[in-house]
Each structure stands twice: as C-alpha cells, then as structure tokens.
Design a protein around this ligand. Structure first.
Ligand code: SF4
Ligand code: SF4
Ligand code: SF4
Length: 316
C-alpha cells in the first residue's frame, strides 16, 4: 500500500481551516501528524532531491555579516562558517539540509549498495524542541519540527541533545548580533523544516516532488506506518524510525538490516549514524516511577524494620 501524491494533495487540500496551516489544522483535529516513508530499495542516489532542497530553500539560508564578533571567553560556543563552502553537498550544513549517504557492504553473502537521503527525522517527541532554552526550536501540531531563525541564538543545545546531531550552526547571523554578540550565542542553527511553507500551500516538499523514482511518500503517520509495514513485508525488509528515539515522523524501509548499514557508516560530523536509538522518555518514566516509588519504599522499609524489631522483641 502506498499513498500517492494525488492522495496527499487531496488530503491536505480538504483540510484547510481558518488561518492555520492546512495540514496542521487537520492533523491537530485528528491528533494526526505528517510522516514520510522512504523506500530505500528505490533510491539510486542521483541527488536530484538534494538539488531540489537547496533550490527551494535558498531564501531561508543564512546571509552572515562579517567580520564575526570576537567571543569571550574564546573557548565558548565555536564559530562555524559555511558561507564560503555552500557547495558542500555530501553532509549536513546550514546550506545543505539533505544529503545522500551511500553505504556498500554484504548481506546474506550478497553485495549491496544502499543510498539513504539523510535529514532531520522530525521526531514525535523531539528533544531539540523540548530542551531549547529559548523556545526557538519547536514542533508544529502537524509534526513538523522547526527552528525559528529570528529567535535562535545558535548555542547549539538542539544539536547536543539530538540523537543524530542534525542541526548545523552558521555564525554571523541572527538575534545574538543585536544582543551581546561577544558573550551570548554565536549564530543560528539550521536543518530541514520539511518545507513547511510548501505544505502550507498544499504543495509537496521539494525533495519528494523532484525525486524521479518516487522514493518518498508523505501522509498521516498512521497510514504511513501501515504502508511502511506493508512495504517491509513485501521485500522482507526492515524499518527505521518506528521506535527510534520514541518514534520519528520519518520512516525508512530497507532490504538490508539497519544495524548492518550502521556498522558500515564512518561516524563524522554532519553525517549521522543509524543506531537503534532508545526511547529517552521510557527511561524518564522509569526514573519518575522510581522517584515516585521511593517514599513508599521508604515507608515499607520502615514498616518492615518495625515489624522485625517487634518480632525480635517478642522472642526476647
Ligand atoms: S531520493 Fe530520489 S532524487 Fe533523491 S537520490 Fe534517491 S532517487 Fe535520487
Ligand atoms: S532528528 Fe534531531 S533535530 Fe530532528 S526533530 Fe529529532 S531531535 Fe530534533
Ligand atoms: S522536506 Fe524540504 S527542507 Fe526537508 S529535506 Fe526535503 S526539500 Fe529539504
């Protein structure tokens, strides 16, 4: 099963309510979020999607003012300047929000070559948005996770807490220049914003529209998840993103297991891994349960102690 572009456009165009983003309103009303499915067996690594992303999002890219302010102390948030390297397209940068990760190896004694379009996964419970101290990173009701470039100070908390370290900093741009440029912040963080403005207009994200092989599909998460499972069954394949980091709104389906793909990836800045990221909120829940249980455990221990003392007293 697969959602066609027509289905998506019908779904999104019939959901306009007031001044809210059409997809946002419908998704919020139904408690549904948008998700994408990437069929890695179809991707040939041509890079058309990467070019389309760069073209569609040019206006959002940073235009830094130079020279950059000198930071004090000097070892605090580092300068990051990609403005002279805007052509780099083999990793994530503030000017390249999508790149193709090509992985070769063997599986079941067969050689494979898998191309993976990599970008922000738009987590269901995004730590970048939950932990941004300034509220610059946030999640829309339709599941899109964005960074507000007018509020972001470029401290990089979002990158530090992202399991894939997706956001990338550009120095010399943004609000910090107007506050205390030498002591606070150091630019703005950038990443895929799922072409929220195109979705707002009832259009597909640029990378999805441009792909000649229809690798990506977008739609309500429940349908995308169903489609991902059907696709995985059809190719005896594997899913990434259903449970990682508590679930993401990007679902990869691959004929090769993701742990095998991850083993071949050389970890490097701007080139994220494919590890099985645990759900941090489950750990938090366990911790919360332990903390909640602690007073009762204390009471129980006290009661046991009293019982034991009483029993010892009886036997005296
Ligand atoms: S997703 Fe499509 S456009 Fe992008 S590299 Fe793969 S085949 Fe090419
Ligand atoms: S992948 Fe990273 S940057 Fe993207 S939403 Fe998740 S935590 Fe945020
Ligand atoms: S959804 Fe838009 S911003 Fe994100 S990678 Fe695709 S084209 Fe780029």
């Amino acid at each position: 099963m697969s959602l066609s572009r027509r289905t998506f456009l019908t779904w999104i165009s019939t959901s306009a309510v007031g001044t809210l983003l059409p997809g946002t309103a419908a998704a919020a009303q139904r408690g549904e979020e948008l998700a994408t499915l990437l069929d890695l067996s179809r991707c040939v690594g041509c890079g058309t999607c990467v070019e389309a992303c760069r073209e569609a999002n040019q206006a959002k890219f940073p235009k830094p003012i130079k020279p950059f302010p000198t930071m004090y102390p000097r070892d605090r948030t580092q300068v990051a300047d990609w403005s002279e390297k805007q052509h780099v397209d083999n990793r994530l940068t503030p000017y390249n929000w999508l790149f193709i990760q090509t992985i070769t190896g063997t599986y079941n004694n067969q050689p494979f070559e898998i191309h993976i379009p990599r970008r922000c996964l738009h987590c269901i419970n995004p730590p970048c948005a939950n932990l941004c101290p300034w509220g610059a990173a946030y999640k829309q009701a339709n599941g899109i996770v964005r960074i507000n470039d007018r509020i972001c100070l470029g401290g990089g908390k979002c990158k530090a807490v992202c399991p894939w370290q997706i956001p990338e900093r550009q120095t010399g741009v943004g609000l910090y220049l107007h506050l205390l440029p030498s002591v606070a912040g150091n630019g703005v963080m950038y990443k895929c914003d799922r072409c929220w403005n195109r979705i707002d207009q009832g259009e597909l994200p640029a990378c999805i529209e441009a792909c000649p092989y229809e690798v990506q599909t977008i739609g309500p998460r429940s349908q995308i998840l169903e489609a991902a499972h059907a696709l995985a069954r059809s190719m005896n394949g594997f899913i990434y993103g259903e449970h990682e980091n508590g679930g993401t709104n990007t679902l990869y389906v691959s004929p090769v297991p993701f742990d095998i793909l991850n083993n071949v990836i050389s970890p490097a800045p701007g080139r994220p891994h494919l590890e099985a990221v645990p759900n941090p909120f489950l750990q938090e829940e366990r911790l919360a349960r332990a903390v909640f249980a602690a007073p009762f455990a204390g009471l129980a221990a006290g009661a046991l102690h009293l019982l034991r003392s009483a029993s010892e007293h009886d036997h005296d």
